[in-house]
Structure formats: C-alpha cells, structure tokens
Design a protein around this ligand. Structure first.
Ligand SMILES: [Zn+2]
Length: 88
C-alpha cells in the first residue's frame, strides 16, 4: 500500500524531490514514518540516481600557480642496494 502510494507520487509524478513528493502524498494520505520512507525511496530511485545532478558545490578545476608551492625535498640514497639478502 505505502509502496504504491510513493511510486504514484514520485515515480509517476515527475521524480520530484523529498518535499514535493511528501506534499503530493499528504494531500490524500498519511502513514507513520512517511518522511523516512519517502526519503529511502527517493535515495533508491534508479532514475533519480542516473539522471539528477548532485546538489551542493560543484568540484572545480585546479588553479594554476601551485607549481612553486611545494618545497623540493632531497633524499640521499646509498649508491648500491644489495641484490641478495640471505645467509652468507
Ligand atoms: Zn526518482
């Protein structure tokens, strides 16, 4: 029953977000833990996962000019590494 109501409001109603989907449902129905159930349904909706862009800040491009930022580190290495370590 709940699944059918949420599918009708979200999947067949245009894949709107949480608040609009809840508003559509509560116009005619109410059930316990409605918000959590609708949120879980929307988070699992394959169409929304594939087609909707994530909200929030978008990742930006790296800024040029960081070439001189990192200090150069020198490490002294031995000239020859042993090629065989074992009992002599
Ligand atoms: Zn959806």
């Amino acid at each position: 029953m709940r699944k059918g109501i949420v599918i009708e409001a979200h999947d067949h109603g245009g894949h709107f977000g949480l608040e609009r989907t809840i508003a559509r449902i509560t116009a005619d129905y109410w059930f316990s833990r409605l918000r959590r159930y609708v949120r879980q349904h929307i988070n699992m909706c394959l169409d929304c996962l594939v087609h909707k862009r994530p909200s929030g800040k978008r990742p930006g491009l790296l800024r040029a000019g960081l070439e001189g930022f990192w200090p150069t580190i020198f490490c002294k290495q031995p000239a020859h590494f042993p090629t065989f370590i074992g009992p002599t």
